[in-house]
Write a protein that binds this ligand. Sequence first.
Ligand SMILES: Nc1ncnc2c1ncn2[C@@H]1O[C@H](COP(=O)(O)OP(=O)(O)O)[C@@H](O)[C@H]1O
Ligand SMILES: [Mg+2]
Length: 284
Amino acid sequence: MKIDKTVMFEQAKAGGTPAQNFKEAEPPKAAAPRIRIEGLGFTYPGSGARPATNVLDGVTLSVREGEFVCLIGPSGCGKSSLITLVAGYAEQTTGTLLIDNKKIDGPGPERVMVFQSPSLFPWYTVRENIAFGMKLAANRARFAEPDVRVEELIRLVGLEGFGEHLPYELSGGMRQRVEIARALAVDPSILLMDEPFGALDALTRLTLQREMLHIWEATRKTILFVTHDIIEAVLLADTVVVFTPRPAKIREAMRIDLPRPRHRDSIEVAQVARRIADLLEVTL
Ligand SMILES: Nc1ncnc2c1ncn2[C@@H]1O[C@H](COP(=O)(O)OP(=O)(O)O)[C@@H](O)[C@H]1O
Ligand SMILES: [Mg+2]
């Protein structure tokens, strides 16, 4: 597998033309957003004694190609609902949702969701689980050398030597690595991650946070990553989107310009984390 360098190349291209001697350099053109969400509203319909639940209210957000966006907000505010809409599993009630300027019309091969608890096939080995999506009829033609690609992914997520293991022979953290490799296997350009480390112990979580950055730097996927861990958001994201309680509105989309790797005990990280905690009205 060639890990996607085109995105970096496209980004470099989008950075604008070099200054020319005979005229003033034009300001760099901002790349068109990869995902555009405008005035998005979503309500789960009620039925009988169950009232309708309004979960998203006027959410407007643009996500650039290759951007790492963390979504954080009170439990039950509508974060999972939002990425479910971006995945195309449900349709919004109001507003607009565009990917590459096209209306989302159901799931698409450029978007893959990674859930909190791995949903691996228990009877398949690590290698077979990762290869599964590539072998589906719809994808077969896209991957000339699936075995080579699987090997590269196994290395990328740090599972060398475990290709022949079955899911029950792995730790929770390792299973989540397989899940991430399986999502990457079909080469989506957008990863939708719903609290992917939420079920892991604290130490494993720290390791996987570091590795997630490594994977993102190697692949430059566009990532929407739901978390309820403020420090995790500050360590990972280009932009942290802070939501209100349900129905979720964006309280603030905060750009984090700190260089990476960021250190959880640095003053800068603590300051941003404090600001997010204030917006969420919680104490750290
Ligand atoms: N399929 C559904 N039908 C009805 N209500 C739902 C459904 N899924 C989620 N909800 C409700 O929508 C609200 C937001 O849920 P969710 O998007 O999962 O929140 P979050 O991920 O931010 O914790 C919750 O109150 C939840 O009960
Ligand atoms: Mg959720």
